[in-house]
Ligand binder design. Structure first.
Ligand SMILES: NC(=O)c1ccc[n+]([C@@H]2O[C@H](COP(=O)([O-])OP(=O)(O)OC[C@H]3O[C@@H](n4cnc5c(N)ncnc54)[C@H](O)[C@@H]3O)[C@@H](O)[C@H]2O)c1
Length: 300
């Protein structure tokens, strides 16, 4: 069945530019009514510009879709509540939340001021919490919700000079891991997007020729998000990479433990290769069960 978001309403944060804009446009193209949130600040999170969100609303409307602008700040619990309320007041429900707003304040750890550590965590990680905390009552009541949290390679692989950003992005994976459990019985699917795209965030780090930028357009990222925001998507807890028109999955795995009774440090040293091999490793659904066991129990 073709993916359709007719009758669905969505909130996309940081939707005035880059990846968020492409996601908002694609959700609207598939029939969703969209709250286009964007504060309109600089890459390092200073200032505001209300025209940024409004421009995307106009683009969606010009293409025949329905959208409303919101210029709230995702770091504010009150503003996040306002975004959820705006959707419910206007359209009676909120089905989809894409937590995408982001900033960068890169510095090597020894030069990173606490203010830049806290600010980056506030936008990415507190932003994710603020949105889910306020959207959750609607999801529970509706018995429906689709969530996409935007993570990054930086968080689960590492990137020099991004300790604040990487910690926040890895934190969102933790948030997904728990939200997927708490949402399961309410038909709330929570997944992570790991995008790669030419936006002001990436072009600030690396200059790109126009043809290079087109090959990694954020428009190529959006289809994975639209799918994860649809009724068709019944998987939860996945990290989906979407970049340059290619799609994949990343996962945290755990291997089978090596029993060493009364172990000493010397025993651990002697068996280090066995302990650290990822042969026979598995993805877990929760601290209680593997993903495979969980899926099998759902099929019974
Ligand atoms: N571009 C990539 O390759 C890439 C890679 C990995 C992860 N990401 C993530 O994707 C997301 C989008 O990034 P992008 O590349 O499109 O960057 P971008 O700078 O083009 O867009 C981010 C948007 O978020 C908005 N924003 C920032 N702080 C906000 C706040 N407090 N409240 C509301 N809006 C706010 C900005 O105004 C901006 O329009 C970010 O979470 C980023 O970390 C991007």
């Amino acid at each position: 069945m073709p993916v359709s978001l007719l009758e669905r309403t969505a909130l996309v944060t940081g939707a005035g530019r880059g990846v968020g804009r492409s996601i908002a446009l694609d959700l609207a193209r598939h029939g969703a009514k969209v709250i286009v949130n964007d504060l309109g600040g600089t890459l390092d999170g200073e200032g505001t510009d209300i025209s940024v969100a409004e421009m995307v609303v106009r683009e969606i409307e010009a293409a025949g879709g329905t959208a409303v602008a919101n210029t709230g700040d995702v770091t504010s619990s009150e503003d996040a509540y306002g975004m959820v309320k705006q959707a419910i007041d206007m359209w009676g429900r909120l089905d989809i939340v894409v937590s995408n707003a982001g900033i960068l304040r890169d510095r090597a750890l020894h030069n990173l001021p606490e203010e830049d550590w806290l600010k980056v965590l506030a936008v990415h990680l507190n932003g994710g919490y603020n949105l889910l905390h306020h959207a959750w009552p609607a999801f529970r009541q509706q018995h429906y919700g689709r969530v996409v949290l935007t993570t990054s390679n930086s968080g689960f692989l590492g990137n020099f000079g991004q300790s604040n950003y990487a910690s926040a992005k890895a934190g969102l994976i933790g948030l997904m891991n728990v939200a997927k459990l708490e949402g399961e019985k309410y038909n709330v699917m929570v997944n992570c997007l790991n995008p790669g795209a030419a936006t002001r965030m990436t072009t600030s780090v690396r200059e790109m020729a126009p043809e290079q930028a087109a090959a990694i357009s954020p428009d190529l990222v959006a289809p994975a998000v639209t799918y994860m925001c649809s009724d068709s998507c019944t998987t939860s807890g996945m990290i989906i990479t979407s970049a340059s028109g290619s799609f994949g999955r990343a996962a945290i795995v755990q291997n089978e433990r090596v029993p060493i009774p009364n172990a000493t440090a010397d025993d651990v040293e002697a068996r280090w290769n066995e302990i650290t091999t990822l042969e026979n490793s598995e993805v877990w659904w929760s601290v209680q069960e593997t993903r495979a066991d969980h899926e099998a129990s759902r099929e019974e």
